[in-house]
Design a protein around this ligand. Structure first.
Ligand SMILES: *Cc1c(COP(=O)(O)O)cnc(C)c1O
Length: 467
């Protein structure tokens, strides 16, 4: 490409890296920013300016303008990449925004165990090596009624581990209505292949009967697998076989039954006026030999995969070498134990576990919060409107369920919803809302303490930047 004379002239006036670095060092107190960050930012600032010259943009290229650019790069590099955001989407278990918020009790335990040594794999009674699952096994059994339990890194890992242990080289019988794909490319048929099991599909998409499972039994059969259709529902002319029916057949024919509950809940949402999700307790009582579920979906704990079931199967799973590759870390274990302890008293769990509190929040409470938000924005030149909408539990839990919510539509004259969404997202901390019917919406259900003030500050900054 032929450069114009003005472009050549601009390139010549660009300061060198060393000049820029010296200028930065003169402005920034020593030791505040690592040298590597200063050098990289200076290079990037020069590179960006050079690029805009090449693009024919005629930028200002004096030292001051390049310095401003370098400072922006430094600020960006010094800020944590993983950062808090304000969740105004109303999606409670939002996988992209970190899924479950930890209860205070869980955070306390993370702190207590994180900067001290612990008995993670040390039996304090015998002074010998212990199992890391001991911290939670008893609690999980106490809550669910299961004989034995263990935990791994996440539920995808739990499913893989169980299948690898139970069906390697054998067939797992699954209903065609339950060949689930969840987010992040986790598909039951693919996980089956990875675990060395052979998927034996039975029934049809909408209807599967007990005789379908029965007819599929052969010498190769290693498992009956049920998968909770947590992110979709098959409605209309449907029929599925219950865990109890399958467990009875399994017992008779010597075939274990595994139930992947996905979300997994210890609380019966039916008691809170919501559609009932199958609880872990129900699945255990129905006779499932193995039940797997997430620690950070409806349970509201840290990312983890919980496996409960009969002692023989859990022991076989523990001996699988994959267990070592999927093991849960100590901070997670500390948070999980604390979360589980809250479940000893359901009222306490619902009050203290943020996920449960937000899901069971009634419309009246969202109205109160919406009003607070609107009052906080009253002094700004923005238009707010209370809207009767719905929030979603999210995270592939309680499919299709809509939680009635009073939301707040926020409009700034002359600014479209998507421009508003972007400006709010660029805020520090980022504020994530949603766009519905071409309006920018904030759902108070998922706002945390202090968030309303942050939203008001963000909007006042946006207003100011436009004047
Ligand atoms: C979410 C889900 C999983 C995976 O759980 P993660 O904890 O996200 O790994 C597996 N099976 C079902 C049915 C699920 O809904």
């Amino acid at each position: 490409m032929e450069l114009r004379d003005t472009q050549k002239q601009l390139l010549r006036t660009l300061p060198g890296v060393d000049t820029l670095l010296d200028a930065l060092l003169a402005e920034i107190p020593e030791g505040k920013v690592p040298r590597s960050v200063l050098t990289a930012s200076a290079r990037e600032a020069l590179e960006a300016t050079r690029r805009s010259i090449f693009n024919g943009e005629d930028p200002t290229v004096d030292l001051a303008s390049v310095l401003t650019f370098a400072h922006e790069r430094i600020d960006a590099k010094m800020r944590p990449n993983l950062t808090r955001v304000v969740n105004g989407t109303g999606v409670v278990v939002h996988t992209n925004l970190g899924r479950s918020l930890m209860a205070e009790e869980a955070l306390e335990r993370i702190h207590a165990v994180g900067n001290r040594y612990s008995n993670l794999e040390f039996n304090l009674k015998t002074g010998k090596r212990g199992l890391r699952y001991t911290a939670v096994e008893e609690l999980i059994c106490e809550i669910t009624g299961a004989e034995a339990a263990m935990v791994v890194n996440n539920n995808a890992g739990a499913v893989l581990l169980c299948l690898d242990t139970l069906v390697r080289g054998k067939e797992a019988v699954v209903s065609r209505g339950e060949l689930v794909e969840i987010g992040g490319a986790f598909r039951i048929p693919d996980v089956m292949t990875k675990s060395g099991g052979i998927l034996k599909e039975v029934g049809t998409t909408n209807r599967t009967h007990l005789r379908d499972y029965e007819n599929a039994i052969s010498d190769e059969t290693g498992l009956f697998l049920k998968v909770h259709t947590s992110n979709y529902q098959i409605v209309g002319f449907t029929s599925a076989v219950s865990v109890a029916e399958l467990a009875a057949l399994g017992k008779e024919r010597g075939i274990p039954v595994m139930d992947d509950l996905g979300s997994g809940t210890f609380v019966n949402f039916g008691d809170y006026g919501l559609p009932a999700e199958p609880t872990v307790q129900q699945s255990v009582a129905a006779g499932a030999d193995i039940v797997t579920f997430s620690g950070d979906k409806l349970l509201g704990g840290p990312q983890s995969g919980i496996i409960v079931g009969s002692r023989t199967h859990i022991e076989a799973i523990r001996k699988n070498p994959l267990t070592r590759a999927l093991r849960i870390d100590k901070l997670t274990l500390a948070a999980l134990e604390a979360t589980l302890r809250l479940y000893r008293d359901e009222a306490e769990a619902v009050a203290k576990i943020p996920t449960l509190r937000m899901i069971t929040m009634d419309r009246e409470e969202t109205e109160v919060r919406a009003k607070e938000l609107m009052e906080a924005l009253a002094g700004l030149p923005v238009k707010t409107e209370a809207l009767a909408l719905a929030s979603r539990p999210g995270g592939g839990s309680l499919p299709l369920l809509e939680l009635p919510s009073c939301c707040v539509g926020v409009t700034l004259p002359g600014m479209g919803a998507s421009a508003m969404e972007k400006a709010m997202r660029k805020n520090d901390p980022p504020i994530i809302g949603r766009i519905e019917n071409e309006a920018y919406i904030l759902d108070p259900r998922t706002l945390q303490e202090g968030d309303i003030a942050l939203i008001a500050e963000a909007l006042s900054r946006i207003v100011e930047a436009r004047t």
